[in-house]
Write a protein that binds this ligand. Structure first.
Ligand SMILES: [Zn+2]
Ligand SMILES: [Zn+2]
Length: 258
């Protein structure tokens, strides 16, 4: 399984930088987990292949350019873009984003070939299929309805925490899988901001290391993501100081293979 955290910040020359301001993971060039930077950082080849987007929650950093992506592809789509999300999240996207005020309600629109966007409601706690992947979604502990994901291609399994603070169910499904190849987990704030992390339901390096005690697997890669750009250096130093084997910060733009 190949996974890329799409870049979301570029310098004056248009070169991607390490700061992560938006969240969008691309799996095997065809399935996206969240759509923060989906319209601004895909290659043309990727843009022609991505037709499935799993939305973990409706926070702007996870959906910011999703409406633009659909708009972009509107005239050329020969099949609808499928937005996979829980019914709760679908309701929020329809009410607050695709509401004819912020942007068109694409799920009601057609081009010459047919519908351009459809919602695929996802179940909690049972496996569903997205392209060639088997996915399980479970609620995590964030301030809006949010799911963490376990994604498998039949050979490799990767877990995505999405945005969360201390949580239980996620670890249950992650611990149930026979082998875990990678865990992508958020680390949003430095330790000195633990109060803000708690009220906004995010991890700091200290709370992340506590949380990892719930994990029964060993030897997998642990990729820290969602580091707030303002505190990036501080968070990186605190993560390094934890001395957790195979824990590193995921680099935007780089393709990781498991
Ligand atoms: Zn969030
Ligand atoms: Zn976020």
């Amino acid at each position: 399984m190949r996974i890329q955290l799409l870049p979301s910040t570029f310098d004056g020359q248009g070169v991607a930088t390490l700061e992560q301001r938006l969240t969008c993971f691309l799996i095997d060039d065809c399935v996206a987990v969240d759509g923060g930077s989906i319209a601004i950082a895909l290659t043309n080849d990727q843009r022609s292949k991505v037709r499935d987007i799993i939305v973990t929650h409706p926070h702007l950093d996870h959906i910011a350019s999703l409406p633009i992506f659909i708009d972009d592809l509107y005239p050329t789509l020969k099949e609808p873009l499928r937005v996979h999300a829980t019914p709760e999240v679908i309701g929020l996207l329809e009410r607050d984003v695709f509401n004819w005020n912020v942007y068109p309600r694409f799920s009601d629109l057609k081009n010459d070939y047919g519908p351009v966007m459809e919602y695929v409601p996802i179940p909690l706690d049972s496996t569903f299929r997205v392209a060639h992947l088997d996915v399980i979604a479970v609620p995590v502990n964030h301030i809006v309805p949010t799911v963490g994901l376990l994604v498998s291609d039949g050979q490799k399994s990767v877990a995505f925490s999405s945005d969360t603070a201390e949580t239980e169910e996620f670890w249950r499904i992650v611990n149930e899988v026979k082998e875990l190849d990678a865990l992508l987990i958020e680390a949003s704030f430095p330790d000195r901001m633990s109060k803000l992390a708690a009220v906004s339901r995010h991890f700091t390096p200290a709370s992340l290391s506590q949380e990892l005690k719930k994990l029964n697997h060993n030897g997998m890669d642990i990729m820290a993501v969602h580091l707030k750009p303002t505190y990036r250096e501080e968070i990186v130093n605190e993560l390094n100081a934890l001395n957790i084997p195979k824990l590193r910060v995921m680099e935007p733009g780089k393709v990781y293979s498991w």
